[in-house]
Design a protein around this ligand. Structure first.
Ligand code: GLP
Length: 241
């Protein structure tokens, strides 16, 4: 595991964006695993900027997102499909049919999980971007006595709904379930890029990276992966040695 701590958020964004741009330059048909939340927004902005500056095309790139809320259509501005269009897809030259998220409106959620997982099996990500929840969740894999390996539907914990409520009109509007890649799906990626910002996540960063490997801290399972790159701002890294 390589851990980089940055003085400023902008330096972190710049570094992360370069990793993606360099990958696409070397491999124009790269498969990217993408994430949502507040953490990646600055990274996407830099990717858009660097792609323009370096004339890098996303025409051959394929993307798979980690998760999506159950019950939100892509037109809902809180869906992750809407977020991805707003922050990245509409601003690069990627064909829409090469971008993938679980379908939040799927009539048969179990069939949707299978469909999504089959695509991931066929084309594992070259790099998977991840944020980190305050309770150690990755994607929407919540702390639990056991974790599902493949893509599945989860009941969101109250603390996760509360953390994400800031984006919704009220707590009642926050969905109770989500589709998420499982930890098994995530660990299939060739390289994992975990990005964490902020003092409020310093404790969980320390637990996840240096504590015991346990399903009660889903991100701690990343310790079992051979190629993990962790990017932290100074605040998120303050409890590490
Ligand atoms: C949500 C997402 C996660 C994300 C987490 C942290 O629960 N499903 O993928 O990592 O929030 O979000 P933020 O980056 O806004 O702190």
């Amino acid at each position: 595991m390589k851990i980089h701590v940055f003085e400023t958020s902008e330096q972190l964004d710049q570094y992360a964006a370069e990793l993606f741009i360099d990958l696409i330059k070397a491999k124009p048909d790269a498969v990217l695993g993408l994430a949502t939340g507040s953490t990646p927004i600055g990274i996407y902005a830099k990717i858009i900027e660097q792609a323009k500056q370096n004339n890098v095309s996303f025409g051959g790139v394929t993307t798979y997102n980690l998760d999506e809320y159950v019950g939100l259509p892509p037109e809902n501005d809180q869906s992750y499909a809407f977020y991805m269009n707003q922050h990245l897809f509409s601003r690069i030259d990627i064909p829409a049919n090469q971008t993938h998220l679980p379908n939040g409106m799927a009539e048969d959620p179990q069939a949707e999980c299978k469909r999504y997982e089959a695509m991931l099996e066929e084309r594992p990500a070259d790099i998977q971007l991840l944020g980190l929840g305050h309770n150690g969740h990755i994607g929407f894999n919540e702390p639990d006595g056991g974790l599902s390996g493949p893509t599945h539907v989860v009941q969101l914990k109250e603390e996760t709904r509360e953390a994400n409520a800031r984006f919704f009109a009220s707590m009642d509007h926050v969905p109770t379930e989500a589709f998420t890649m499982g930890v098994g799906s995530i660990l299939k990626a060739n390289t994992i890029l975990l990005v964490v910002r902020g003092s409020d996540k310093a404790r969980i960063v320390k637990e996840a990276l240096t504590g015991p490997i346990t399903t009660l801290v889903p991100a701690s399972l990343l310790q079992t992966h051979p190629r993990v790159i962790v990017l932290l701002d100074r605040e998120a890294g303050r409890m590490l040695e």
